[in-house]
Design a protein around this ligand. Structure first.
Ligand code: FES
Length: 147
């Protein structure tokens, strides 16, 4: 019997590349699952690990950060910072008992609408297989904030 579970996926999308790539996917009428809740940010470098943890604590089943390819960040090093933070995020998720496969950092350019659609499709399938995230509301909040 097919699962009726429809995950909630929070996506932090860089304004300059990934958000435009998502827009291109829409304009091109590419099909992808409707599970993504996009949040437009100016740069992936703005996405602090606290935001990802907050998304999970508020019930997200998966969280993605999508930004400009390395070397193409409009703020020069924002995506480099995001890549470092992504490693920290994965460690924190493991520490609090959340499968780090529920989190993904990807690079999508404004010309990659089809890549965006495929990425969302694949990530949604992965989260469906993992099942609903059981919110452990706030083991993370009780911890010292990591900066
Ligand atoms: S401006 Fe896109 S990741 Fe920095």
């Amino acid at each position: 019997m097919p699962s009726r579970f429809e995950p909630i996926i929070i996506g932090f999308l860089c304004n300059w590349c990934s958000y435009t790539g998502a827009d291109l996917a829409g304009v091109a009428r590419l099909q992808y699952p409707p599970n993504l809740r996009p949040i437009r940010v100016m740069c992936t470098g703005m996405v602090h690990p606290d935001l990802v943890m907050e998304a999970f604590s508020q019930g997200a089943d998966g969280v993605m950060i999508m930004g400009c390819h390395p070397g193409e960040c409009h703020y020069l090093e924002g995506n480099t910072k995001a890549a470092v933070r992504a490693k920290v995020i994965s460690v924190i998720l493991q520490d609090i008992g959340v499968d780090p496969n529920r989190f993904e950092l990807k690079w999508i350019s404004s010309a990659e609408g089809s890549v965006f659609a495929q990425l969302i499709t694949d990530f949604t399938m992965r989260i469906k297989k993992l099942g609903p995230h059981k919110v452990k509301s706030c083991e993370y909040r009780d911890r010292e904030t990591i900066r």
